[in-house]
Design a protein around this ligand. Structure first.
Ligand SMILES: [Zn+2]
Length: 158
C-alpha cells in the first residue's frame, strides 16, 4: 500500500493527472517513540500532475497520533490533518522515472503536531498540579513583598 507514495513519472503526461486514494501504513512516519507514536493508517487522497517542467502533488491526508498528556503522561489519541499538502519537484531533479514523496508528506504531517496535548475535557490530574503551581506562586509573592512595602513608603512621602 506504500505504492501510493510513489509517482511514476513515465506514466504521467503533460496535462493529465493521476489520482490516488487510500490508507497508508504509518511506518513511513518513522515515529514509534514513547512521546510520539503513529499506529493508525494515514488516509490520503490527492493527485499528481506535470505542469510545465515540474511534478506537482496535491493531497489531503489525515491520521491519528499518540502523544502523552502533558500533565498525567497518559497516551492520548490526537487527530492530525493535513488539508493542503502541496509539493512540487523540478523534473530535471528527479533522478529516476519514479518519485517517492513520503519524506515530504512526513514533514508536513509532523508540522501539524501540537506542541503539547492534554487529556480530553481537561486532565483529571490537573487539580493536583494546580495545587503545586499555587504553592510556588505564593512563594513568589513573598519575595515581592519588600518592593510593595517600598511603594507604600514612597506614597507616604508624597
Ligand atoms: Zn492527562
Amino acid at each position: 500500500m506504500q505504492d501510493l507514495l510513489t509517482i511514476y513519472l513515465d506514466r504521467l503526461h503533460q496535462g493529465e493527472s493521476e489520482t490516488f486514494q487510500g490508507p497508508l501504513d504509518p511506518s513511513f512516519l518513522e515515529c514509534k517513540e514513547t512521546e510520539l507514536c503513529f499506529d493508525a493508517p494515514v488516509e490520503i487522497e490527492g493527485k499528481a500532475y506535470i505542469a510545465n517542467d515540474h511534478l506537482v502533488i496535491s493531497a489531503h491526508a489525515k491520521t491519528t497520533a499518540k502523544m502523552p498528556c502533558i500533565i498525567c503522561n497518559e497516551m492520548i489519541f490526537v487527530p492530525i490533518e493535513v488539508t493542503h499538502f502541496y509539493h512540487t519537484k523540478a523534473l530535471e531533479d528527479c533522478s529516476s522515472s519514479t518519485y517517492h514523496f513520503a519524506p515530504a508528506l512526513r514533514d508536513q504531517i509532523l508540522l501539524e503536531l501540537p506542541r503539547y496535548v492534554e487529556c480530553e475535557g481537561g486532565c483529571k490530574e490537573r487539580d493536583s498540579v494546580k495545587r503545586f503551581i499555587k504553592n510556588s506562586s505564593s512563594e513568589k509573592e513573598d519575595t515581592h513583598f519588600p518592593f510593595s512595602g517600598l511603594e507604600q513608603l514612597e506614597n507616604l512621602g508624597d
